[in-house]
Design a protein around this ligand. Structure first.
Ligand SMILES: NC(=O)c1ccc[n+]([C@@H]2O[C@H](COP(=O)([O-])OP(=O)(O)OC[C@H]3O[C@@H](n4cnc5c(N)ncnc54)[C@H](OP(=O)(O)O)[C@@H]3O)[C@@H](O)[C@H]2O)c1
Length: 230
C-alpha cells in the first residue's frame, strides 16, 4: 500500500509511520521542519504546514511522486488549545478570542480537507483509494457533556462533518473516507497519564485503514474499529 501520513515526525503520526512500515507499506510523511525529523531512510519526508495551502499542494505532489501513486491518506497532523500558539483562551468562554479559534479550525478541519483535495487525483487513480481522518472523541456532539475546549472540540466536530460529506461525494469514485477517534494517547498532546501507547492506537488505526471498504465509508469509529457515536 502506498501511504501518506501527515504529521509523522512525532506523536501518533510517528507511530503510524512505523506501524505502516512494519506492515510493508511504502510511506511518505509530512513535518513542518524536515531538518528536525529523524525517521530513517525508508520514509519519504516532505515539508508541510497544514495552514499553508501552497505547502499542502507541494507536499502532496512530492509524496505522490516519491510513492509512485497513493492508496491511503491519513490526516493525523492536529493541534489543540495547548499546542496552538496563544490558544489557551479557547478552552473557556471567558478567554475566548477569534484568531486562535480560527487557527485551530484551519489546522484540524480545513487543512485535512485541503490535503484530501490535493490527493484526490492520485486516490482516484488507485484501485481502492482510502482517507482516514484522525478525529477525537471530543468531536462527538452526542457525547459532549463538558463545558470546555470550544475550539478543539468544534474543530474535530467539523472534521467529522467534513469526513461524512467527503465520503458521500467520493462514493461514486470508490474512495472510502472515515473519521477515527484514536483514544487518549500518550503523546505531547495526550500527556503522560494517557491510557494508550501511540503504538497500540496506531496499530488499531492502520487495521481500520487496511480493512476499510466503500461500504464502510462515512463512519466515525474508534481506533479499535468500534462504532463511535457522532
Ligand atoms: N493524543 C491524544 O490523546 C489524542 C486524542 C484525540 C485525538 N488526537 C489527535 O491525534 C492527532 C495526533 O495527535 P498527537 O497526540 O500525536 O499530537 P502531538 O503530539 O501534539 O503532535 C502533533 C502533530 O501534528 C503536527 N502539526 C501540528 N500543527 C501542524 C501544522 N500547522 N502543520 C502541519 N503539522 C502540524 C505536528 O507536526 P510538527 O512535528 O511539525 O510539529 C505533530 O506531528 C491529532 O489530530 C490530535 O488531534 C490525539
Amino acid at each position: 500500500m502506498r501511504t501518506m501520513i501527515t504529521g509523522g515526525g512525532r506523536g501518533l503520526g510517528r507511530a503510524l509511520v512505523e506501524e505502516c512500515l512494519r506492515r510493508g507499506h511504502r510511506v511518505a510523511t509530512t513535518v513542518r521542519d524536515p531538518s528536525r525529523a529523524d525517521l530513517g531512510p525508508d520514509v519519504t519526508v516532505v515539508p508541510m504546514d497544514v495552514e499553508d495551502a501552497e505547502s499542502i499542494r507541494s507536499a502532496v505532489e512530492l509524496a505522490v511522486t516519491a510513492l509512485g501513486g497513493l492508496d491511503l491518506l491519513v490526516n493525523c497532523a492536529g493541534a489543540n488549545a495547548k499546542s496552538y500558539p496563544d490558544a489557551e483562551g479557547t478552552i473557556s468562554i471567558a478567554g475566548l478570542t477569534a484568531d486562535p479559534f480560527l487557527g485551530i479550525v484551519r489546522v484540524n478541519t480545513v487543512g485535512p480537507l485541503l490535503v484530501a483535495q490535493a490527493a484526490l487525483p492520485a486516490l482516484r487513480a488507485a484501485e481502492a483509494g482510502r482517507i482516514v481522518n484522525v478525529s477525537s472523541w471530543l468531536g462527538s456532539i452526542g457525547g459532549t457533556t463538558a463545558g470546555w475546549n470550544y475550539a478543539y472540540a468544534a474543530s474535530k466536530a467539523g472534521l467529522n462533518m467534513v469526513t461524512r460529506i467527503l465520503a458521500n461525494e467520493l462514493r461514486e469514485d470508490g474512495i472510502a473516507v472515515v473519521a477515527v477517534n484514536p483514544g487518549w494517547v500518550r503523546t505531547d498532546m495526550g500527556g503522560p497519564r494517557a491510557e494508550l501507547t501511540p503504538e497500540a492506537s496506531a496499530a488499531g488505526i492502520v487495521t481500520v485503514a487496511e480493512e476499510l471498504t466503500p461500504e464502510g465509508s462515512g463512519r466515525f469509529v474508534d481506533w479499535n474499529g468500534a462504532e463511535h457515536p457522532w
